[in-house]
Design a protein around this ligand. Structure first.
Ligand SMILES: Cc1ncc(Cc2csc(CCOP(=O)(O)OP(=O)(O)O)c2C)c(N)n1
Ligand SMILES: [Mg+2]
Length: 570
């Protein structure tokens, strides 16, 4: 505090907190420890919500999905070296998925690290983080904290969003400076993610191509969901009359029950479409790189691509009409260009898509009514499909193999940004971090549908969920193993197959250990009632859903990615 003789002082601790608050950061997803424990206490004392996890990977995943949901960078804070390393998977996954997050880690002193003299948790963290994220910065002087936080925020959300690393050596926090000077050093970021309009020529070119289409298709990627340009996307789809196919985390942008949804006719529309409009969707492995039998006859496709990253164009196949800019600006420009002289796609095409969709839905329907006990995936997912239909506000977190691949097609989504899953990498372990942040950021109920192996990666966070009393209902699809629970040890030895877990385990007891509700269910009807009651209660709940270990398949729907031995038989 100031006295007549001495000016008021501030320090690194305070400047980090002031810089984050000045830029609208409200929540920190952390694991405390040296050198950030006091920083976190002060942050909490200044009104930031500090959510403390049991492992930094889960804190990082929480920050990443907070970024996806809010378009503000989610902030994860960790200790140095091992804590920093634990956060890296989430930082890299955020960058791969274009989620804006900032990993802030304490670090050891430069002069000791650079001479490799063995500091506490010594590691050159900045050098290690750089290849794994979109941008990485280190701050050595308190007066640079304001500009560093501003740079990290802008790097995380501008252009294609991604992960940013901010390295804060321990000595920085206790550096003192004049308070007035400190206040002047802070930077409030202006227009962190500016609109980027497409060139009129690129819009005209795209419209020309689209007007010539006989069997057009719009593919909505999670970039289209992230953009929060929901009305503009809906207008493009409905004004154009073109069928649309949502990628997993774009489901719900328009309801999966929308008449133009082609979700249930995915194979047909990818094979038969002639002009494909990619909206915030990349032609990566999830879309078979835009080539091969998934896409019908070679050369039978013409691609129009909307993406904020110009280098995404031609990544896998030629893009004849690239539209570079933010999704909202590009989609609005396209729709505006259709105002006059646009003819909806031929009824022959839209009719064929609807017919195929209805046929596939009719074929699936009886499977979803299965009341088998122990349950199979379809019967269990049929019950959860009903819950989500009745509770469109709830957020759905989903990971596993069969549990993921089958849920993606069976559980319809009805609102944008409600389905949060393994994304581009297909990474296991996002479940509980995503569930915590979804509840914290939205205040809405969360349903986490987890394979039993997938749940195991972050399961200790059930204590975190209880500690903050979050409205999270976890359903563990317990089929006793990775993919299935029937694998055997080929030697017949006493060790179980590496793919098989303790049989008939009860994950619900884990939640009870921390004061949450635990339920064991063996039929779809019991599952429906238990989930409904859990979501009405708003109480942390874990439901152990017993699934037939014989149900399902290796690796869900992507078994073909597994390499096989040509020399070893059987
Ligand atoms: C970080 C990481 N480590 C391993 C793997 C490989 C994997 C993909 S899916 C999966 C779990 C499948 O078993 P689960 O019980 O969850 O699902 P189900 O089919 O319903 O039985 C693993 C281990 C991935 N993707 N990420
Ligand atoms: Mg399993």
């Amino acid at each position: 505090a100031a006295t007549d003789a001495e000016p008021a002082l501030t320090d690194g601790f305070q400047l980090v907190i002031d810089a984050l608050k000045l830029n609208g950061i409200e929540n920190l997803y952390v694991v405390p420890g040296i050198p950030i424990s006091d920083l976190l206490r002060m942050a909490q004392g200044e009104g930031l919500r500090v959510i403390s996890f049991r492992h930094e990977q889960n804190a990082g995943n929480a920050a990443a999905i907070a970024g996806f949901l809010t378009k503000k960078p989610g902030v994860c804070m960790t200790v140095s070296a091992p804590g920093f390393l634990n956060g890296l998977t989430a930082l890299a996954n955020a960058t791969t998925n274009c989620f804006p997050m900032i990993l802030i880690s304490g670090s050891s002193e430069r002069e000791i690290v650079d001479l490799q003299q063995g500091d506490y948790e010594e590691m050159d963290q900045l050098a290690i983080a750089k290849p794994l994220c979109k941008a990485a910065f280190r701050v050595l002087h308190a007066q640079d904290i304001g500009i560093a936080v501003a740079r990290a925020i802008r790097a995380a959300v501008s252009g294609r969003p991604g992960g940013v690393y901010l390295d804060l050596p321990a000595k920085l926090f206790s550096q003192v400076m004049d308070a007035a000077e400190g206040a002047r050093s802070l930077v409030k970021v202006v227009d962190a993610a500016p609109a980027q309009l497409p060139s009129p020529d690129s819009v005209a070119r795209a419209l020309e191509v689209l007007k010539g289409a006989k069997r057009p298709l719009i593919i909505l990627g999670k970039g289209a969901a992230y953009a929060q340009a929901d009305e503009a996307v809906r207008e493009l789809v409905e004004k154009s009359g073109i069928p649309f196919l949502p990628m997993s985390m774009a489901k719900g942008l328009l309801p999966d029950t929308h008449p133009q949804s082609a979700g249930a006719a995915r194979s047909m529309v990818l094979k038969d479409a002639d002009v494909v409009v990619l909206v915030g969707a990349r032609l990566n492995w999830l879309l078979s790189h835009g080539k091969g039998k998934t896409w019908g006859e070679p050369g039978s496709k013409t691609f129009i691509q909307i993406d904020i990253e110009p280098r995404e164009m031609d990544s896998n196949v030629a893009i004849v009409a690239p539209l570079v800019g933010d999704i909202g600006s590009c989609v609005s420009a396209l729709t505006a260009g259709m105002a006059k002289g646009w003819t909806p796609p031929p009824a022959e095409w839209t009719g064929a898509v609807s017919a195929r969709k209805e046929a596939n839905i009719a074929k699936m329907a009886p499977k979803l009514m299965s009341n088998a006990s122990p349950m199979n995936f379809h019967g269990a997912l049929g019950a959860l499909r009903r819950v989500v239909q009745e509770r469109p506000d709830a957020l759905l977190v989903n990971e596993g193999a069969n549990t993921l691949d089958l849920a993606r097609g069976i559980i319809d989504m009805h609102q944008p940004r409600k389905r949060l899953d393994v994304g581009t990498w297909g990474v296991m372990g996002i479940g509980m971090g995503f569930a915590v942040a979804a509840a914290v950021e939205s205040g809405k109920p969360v349903l986490a549908v987890e394979g039993d192996s997938a749940f195991g990666f972050s399961g200790m966070e059930v204590e975190t969920i209880c500690r903050y009393n979050l409205p999270v209902c976890i359903v563990v699809f317990n089929n006793n193993g990775i993919y299935k629970g029937t694998d055997v040890n080929p030697t017949g030895g006493s060790d179980p197959s590496p793919m098989v877990f303790v049989p008939d385990s009860r994950y619900d007891k884990m939640m009870e250990a921390f004061g949450g509700a635990g339920v064991n269910v063996t039929t779809p009807d019991e599952l429906y009632r238990a989930v409904s009651a859990a979501m009405d209660s708003g109480r942390p709940t874990l439901i152990n859903a017993v699934i037939d270990p014989n149900a399902g398949s290796e690796s869900g729907n992507i078994g073909s990615l597994n390499p096989t031995s040509a020399v070893r038989k059987g």
